[in-house]
Write a protein that binds this ligand. Structure first.
Ligand SMILES: Nc1ncnc2c1ncn2[C@@H]1O[C@H](COP(=O)(O)OP(=O)(O)OP(=O)(O)O)[C@@H](O)[C@H]1O
Length: 232
């Protein structure tokens, strides 16, 4: 049985313009589990997430997914995850459906799976009548739904989600939660950031808490305690 972690982060340091933002961070994520990355505003959660994705270069350390090293096998590495950013990153020139097609091509998703998922997810997120719309004519929540569907189209081992419930209405939030639980059942791993601490308890199996760019505590969710004040 393969018991190596899906995501392995070791001695990770990230600096922005020489300012240390993430320092000496190390943690693993196991197969079929949800990990919540928590911490105050500015703790470094999004920066760490971006370092994992590769849009911010780490200064030091090692990050691997499913054994693929970010610095050695980036092409294989990037097929191991999909990402939902905190703010939707949609292209003005493409309709919602064209974004889905872009993901289909990028992740080499078969037509049958693609159509089945588009039907299910656009119905679940109530986006069926928006397929031919361009992002600028969508509300922020609708853009977030479109971006979420994009990331859910491929069956990747690791889903990285920055604030998954931000901007989603209560129905869409509940539907996404159901999908995330389903993905975990199927063996996928999920790393998500959230400020909704009730969700952390409900949904996550493990937590990693950042404080000033460093891990202040981490472990199983039954050991998770509410955040201290930032200064303590
Ligand atoms: N592009 C940037 N240029 C300069 N500093 C940045 C940049 N991006 C982030 N930072 C700084 O890095 C630190 C961590 O920011 P980050 O967005 O990672 O925090 P966060 O934990 O995700 O916060 P939040 O909960 O508010 O989303 C902050 O001090 C922030 O000001």
């Amino acid at each position: 049985m393969n018991i190596s972690p899906v995501l392995h982060v070791k001695d990770c340091h990230v600096a922005i313009r020489d300012e240390p933002i993430v320092s000496d961070v190390a943690f693993d994520i196991d197969r079929g589990s949800i990990t919540a990355l928590v911490g105050h505003n500015g703790a470094g959660k999004s920066t760490l997430m971006k370092a994992v994705i590769g849009t911010i270069e780490k200064k030091e350390g090692k990050i691997s997914i499913n054994g693929f090293d970010q610095d050695v096998d980036f092409k294989d590495y990037k097929y191991q995850f999909s990402y939902i950013p905190e703010e939707p990153l949609l292209l003005n020139e493409l309709t919602v459906f064209q974004h889905f097609q872009l993901y289909q091509k990028s992740y080499d998703i078969s037509d049958a799976v693609f159509i089945e998922r588009i039907n299910a997810y656009t119905e679940g997120f109530e986006l069926m009548d928006k397929l031919d719309d361009y992002p600028e004519s969508l509300s922020k929540g609708m853009r977030q739904k479109a971006q979420t569907i994009c990331a859910l189209l491929p069956e990747v081992p690791l889903l990285l989600i920055d604030e998954p419930f931000m901007g989603l209405d209560v129905y869409a939030g509940a539907y996404l939660e159901k999908l995330l639980r389903q993905r975990r059942e199927e063996g996928a791993s999920i790393l998500l950031t959230t400020h909704q601490l009730d969700k952390v308890h409900e949904l996550a199996d493990h937590f990693v808490m950042l404080k000033n760019g460093m891990i202040s505590s981490a472990g199983r969710i039954d050991h998770f305690e509410y955040l201290d004040r930032k200064s303590t």
